[in-house]
Write a protein that binds this ligand. Structure first.
Ligand SMILES: O=C(O)c1cc(=O)[nH]c(=O)n1[C@@H]1O[C@H](COP(=O)(O)O)[C@@H](O)[C@H]1O
Length: 230
C-alpha cells in the first residue's frame, strides 16, 4: 500500500523515543519530521537515526529566519544531510528565501507563512496585517516568487493558497486534528480529511499520533481514513 501523505512530527525528548516512533509509523506514512526539539539536542546525528533502515523521507523543520548570508550558510550545512524538505520563515523576506533555495538545490525549501498556533488577535499584536487568510496569501506569493517550491500554512488557508500559487507548489499543513482530538496549542485546525480535500499535499501530524498508546496503529488509522475519503 502506498504510504499516506503524512509527515509525523517526531517532537520527542530523546533520540531513542524518536527512532522508535519513526520505526512504528514508517510503514504507514511517507515522511517523518525532525524539529527544533530533537535537532537542538542531538544535531545532525538525529537524521540518520530516524531515517533508519527504511530510508523514509526526512523533513527537517528548523524554521530558519536570519539575514540571507547566515541562512545560506545554515542551509548549506544541513543540505549534506539530504533532508527532502527544509523550512524557513517566509517573513525572513525574498532575499533570505532565495539564499536558502540556492544554497540547498537538492532540498525542497518550504516557506512557513503564518504559524498555525497564531490567532487573528495575535496577528494584530505582532503588527502583521490580517486577516490570516490575506497575510498567508501575501507571504505565499512572495515565497514562490523567491524560489520556494513548498509552503506551510494552516488547513484554513490551503484552498486560498492553492488558488494563489497553482498546482506546481507543494502545500504542507500542520494544525491537523482527527475529529474529537484535542486542539492543544494549535489555533487554526481542521481534520486530516478536510485538509486533504481542500488541497494539501502533505499533512503534518504530531501529538495525535505520538501521544497515542500505539503510534503505529494511530498512524495506520489516519492513513486508512484518508484512503476512504479519496
Ligand atoms: O513548520 C511546521 O511544521 C509547523 C508550522 C506551523 O505553522 N505550525 C506547526 O505546528 N508546525 C509544526 O507541526 C507540528 C505540529 O505538531 P502537533 O501539533 O503535535 O500535531 C510541530 O512539530 C510544529 O513545529
Amino acid at each position: 500500500m502506498t504510504p499516506a501523505p503524512i509527515a509525523v512530527a517526531l517532537d520527542a525528548p530523546d533520540l531513542e523515543t524518536a527512532a522508535h516512533w519513526a520505526a512504528l509509523v514508517t510503514p504507514h506514512v511517507s515522511t517523518v519530521k525532525v524539529g527544533l526539539e530533537l535537532y537542538m539536542r542531538y544535531g545532525p546525528d538525529v537524521i540518520a537515526s530516524v531515517r533508519g533502515a527504511s530510508g523514509v523521507q526526512v523533513f527537517l523543520d528548523l524554521k530558519l529566519h536570519d539575514i540571507p548570508n547566515t541562512v545560506a550558510g545554515a542551509s548549506r550545512a544541513v543540505a549534506r544531510l539530504r533532508p527532502a524538505i527544509l523550512t524557513v520563515h517566509a517573513a525572513g523576506g525574498p532575499a533570505m528565501i532565495r539564499a536558502a533555495v540556492e544554497a540547498a538545490p537538492n532540498t525542497m525549501i518550504a516557506a512557513v507563512t503564518i504559524l498555525t498556533s497564531l490567532t487573528e488577535d495575535d496577528l494584530g499584536r505582532i503588527g502583521l496585517m490580517g486577516p490570516a487568510d490575506d497575510a498567508v496569501r501575501r507571504l505565499a506569493a512572495l515565497s514562490v516568487e523567491s524560489g520556494a517550491t513548498a509552503l506551510v500554512c494552516s488547513p484554513h488557508e490551503v484552498s486560498a493558497v492553492r488558488a494563489e500559487v497553482g498546482d506546481g507548489i507543494t502545500l504542507i499543513t500542520p494544525g491537523v486534528r482527527p475529529t474529537g482530538a484535542a486542539t492543544q496549542d494549535q489555533a487554526r485546525v481542521a481534520t486530516p480529511e478536510q485538509a486533504l480535500a481542500d488541497g494539501a499535499d502533505l499533512l503534518v501530524i504530531g501529538r495525535p499520533i505520538t501521544d497515542a498508546a500505539d503510534p503505529g496503529a494511530a498512524a495506520a488509522a489516519i492513513a486508512a481514513s484518508l484512503r476512504r475519503a479519496t
